[in-house]
Design a protein around this ligand. Sequence first.
Ligand code: ADP
Ligand code: MG
Length: 263
Amino acid sequence: MSRPKLLVEGVSRVFPGVRGAAPVRALEPTNLSVAENDFITILGPSGCGKSTLLRIVAGLDRPSTGRVLLDDRAVIGPGADRGVVFQSYTLFPWLTVQENIAYGLREKGVAQNERREIVSAYIEKVGLRGFENHYPKQLSGGMQQRTAIARALANDPAILLLDEPFGALDNQTRALMQELLLGIWERERKTVLFVTHDIEEAIFLAARVVVMTARPGRIKADIPVDLPHPRHYRMKTSPEFSELKARLTEEIRAEAVLAAEGH
Ligand SMILES: Nc1ncnc2c1ncn2[C@@H]1O[C@H](COP(=O)(O)OP(=O)(O)O)[C@@H](O)[C@H]1O
Ligand SMILES: [Mg+2]
């Protein structure tokens, strides 16, 4: 096998207790290997350490043990080689759609002509033509997330890290956004790590679903999704999809029960 794009080796995270409280073990030592161009979803109940893991991969937090390698290089902080999109809107409110998308390119010193071309291409890809000069507050939640995805992709990152990016959207918009992201991935084959607690979303998007246990989180299952591409929303009612959904529902239910009991 060729070298993995991303390697998470024995990564754990313990948060110190606040005001004398016991430390919080958020993540047990975790290993994960992601091949280039793979689309992995990380599925787990709320509080199981998904965001903690993603933030460590993003370089926004440091692991208590272990290390993260991206393209064989240790991650020691945030970097332009990782495009990150969170659930809550993280656009710069004082910049327009096109200025938001251009932000990273400007930081990298990409010349204005080239910048304009790249931004225009991504505006097209995420369907924001006509909204180039709008400010984030003038956009719907779905449009803001499309801008955030375009901003992340415009930098041509080695890996795209998404933390419940559609979690705040209504179901219709969410379904459309899943198709949009999948369409981009099918054309461009980025390496993607996508965190969600939504079982259908995890299956629909992924080539592999990685299931995490309740806190302290660790990986309890790694399940390939053999649904063909291009994927269409009608697949969500196919027998293969339903079978996977039933299996993952069992896995997640057991963890959600444990989490609710406060383990
Ligand atoms: N900065 C922090 N300080 C203390 N505890 C934290 C911090 N961040 C997360 N935690 C705790 O770690 C656990 C995992 O959190 P998180 O990774 O956000 O879970 P998830 O994203 O799966 O919902 C939770 O119990 C949470 O309260
Ligand atoms: Mg989270």
